[in-house]
Design a protein around this ligand. Structure first.
Ligand SMILES: C=C(CC[C@@H](C)[C@H]1CC[C@H]2C3=CC[C@H]4[C@H](C)[C@@H](O)CC[C@]4(C)[C@H]3CC[C@]12C)C(C)C
Ligand SMILES: C[S@@+](CC[C@H](N)C(=O)[O-])C[C@H]1O[C@@H](n2cnc3c(N)ncnc32)[C@H](O)[C@@H]1O
Length: 373
């Protein structure tokens, strides 16, 4: 029998076996460490798998908060009660903000793919378009309606040198956005306020421009948020919004279309998607002059959903990782359910894009008239 430390051939074999065993253990450990700590899912962005939490919700409350979120869509649908919506949206962002940052980045929106450019560059191009449309100048004051953790805000401030004020209903996002602004050295230009965009804590006629990127879809009544933007914007000045809508290809009598749109609403905290036609009409009702009303997703733009679709393999890996972290007690229990919900919504969004029945980037360029009627 060869023993460790014994002499002769069998002793050498035993050492070799031990060496191989330890090597394999080391490689597995390094692999697990890489998976859990180092990999940043689709991209690297400052959140790690081991940091995933529930925003401002305590670890213990994540599971019950998710159950509460899901129950909003059960009958009778609480989501249909207008007053419940901001609270419900706040809960949603407590649940998803860390996962979004970890798996997508600091800009919580889609962008048309740009040939030869990375996702990061395409995202920036989509954000900088806002500056060009608004004609923003250094030193002007612009409002970001529904700012998330501030990816667009920082790109827009850096590109225009304008002062950006962002508003979000979610206080965890305020904390994240302020920390990112500071790290990026942009806190001189960017400020973040926690509040409801249906009743904004800003003076009338106080902004030189305003924009919203994939945020007003959370408003139970679009008219309410557009009226608020109208109120705080200086006369003659511009508002750009990228809206989530159903397109002319959507058929309300097609069961597959309806199922896909409901899937998008459930996975993205939406009180009900509006049609491409409604958004422009509502803007006019509020008093805006509509300067542009078009879908940025239409060709020649390249698909916005390829990034989502291509990430599928990474989502499976993420799911395993989250399940393991949750099992080990590192991630809060309900995070697995939240991730599963996002997994499903990724499919619905991709189908919405591929069939062309849904767009997350219907552009409205609106002007507040010099004299309001
Ligand atoms: C504008 C809104 C959010 C748009 C997007 C930023 C997010 C919509 C769906 C999200 C995701 C889906 C799948 C997730 C994946 C399973 C996970 O492993 C990593 C994160 C995802 C890719 C996640 C990232 C953000 C989205 C693309 C709404 C809410 C109005
Ligand atoms: C999908 S995120 C988009 C964030 C940001 N525009 C971006 O592109 O990164 C939607 C944002 O709208 C905000 N929001 C939704 N309803 C709101 C409300 N009633 N008042 C203020 N913010 C709201 C959310 O908190 C979130 O920050």
């Amino acid at each position: 029998m060869g023993s460790v430390g014994g002499s002769g051939g069998s002793g050498t074999e035993a050492w070799a076996t031990w060496g191989m065993f330890l090597g394999a253990m080391g490689a597995m450990g390094a692999g697990a460490y890489y998976m859990l700590v180092m990999t940043g899912a689709a991209e690297r962005k400052g959140k790690r798998a081991v940091d995933l939490g529930g925003g401002s919700i305590t670890r213990e409350q994540v599971k019950s908060s998710y159950q509460k979120y899901a129950s909003f869509f059960e009958k009778p649908k609480q989501i249909e009660a207008k007053d419940n919506v901001p609270n419900f949206v706040d809960t949603f962002y407590n649940l998803v903000t860390d996962i979004y940052e970890w798996g997508w980045g600091q800009s919580f929106h889609f962008s048309p793919a740009v040939p030869g450019k990375s996702h990061k560059e395409s995202t920036r191009i989509h954000e900088e378009r806002v500056v060009d449309l608004l004609g923003l100048k250094p030193g002007e004051k612009v409002l970001d309606v529904g700012c998330g953790v501030g990816g667009p805000m920082r790109a827009i401030a850096a590109y225009s040198q304008a002062f950006v004020t962002g508003i979000t209903i979610n206080d965890y996002q305020v904390e994240r956005a302020r920390s990112h602004n500071k790290k990026a050295g942009l806190d001189r230009l960017c400020e973040v306020v926690c509040g409801n965009f249906l009743q904004m804590p800003f003076e009338d006629n106080s902004f030189d421009g305003a924009y919203s990127i994939e945020a007003t879809c959370h408003a139970p009544e679009l008219k309410d948020v557009y009226s608020e933007v109208f109120r705080v914007l200086k006369p003659g000045h511009l508002y750009v919004t990228y809206e989530w809508v159903t397109t002319p290809l959507f058929r309300a009598d097609n069961a597959e279309h309806v199922e896909c749109i409901h899937g998008i609403e459930h996975g993205d905290a939406l009180p009900g998607l509006r049609s491409y036609k409604q958004v422009g009409e509502i803007a006019k009702e509020v008093g805006f002059v509509v300067l542009e009303d078009r879908d940025l997703a239409l060709p020649p733009a390249k698909p916005w959903w390829t990034r989502l679709k291509m990430g599928r393999l990474a989502y499976y890996r993420n799911h395993l990782m989250i399940a393991l972290l949750s099992f080990l007690g590192i991630a809060p229990k309900g995070v697995v359910d939240v991730h599963e919900m996002l997994f499903k919504t990724a499919d619905h969004l991709t189908r919405g894009g591929e069939t062309g029945i849904f767009s997350p980037m219907h552009l409205l360029l609106l002007q507040k008239p010099e004299k309001s009627s």
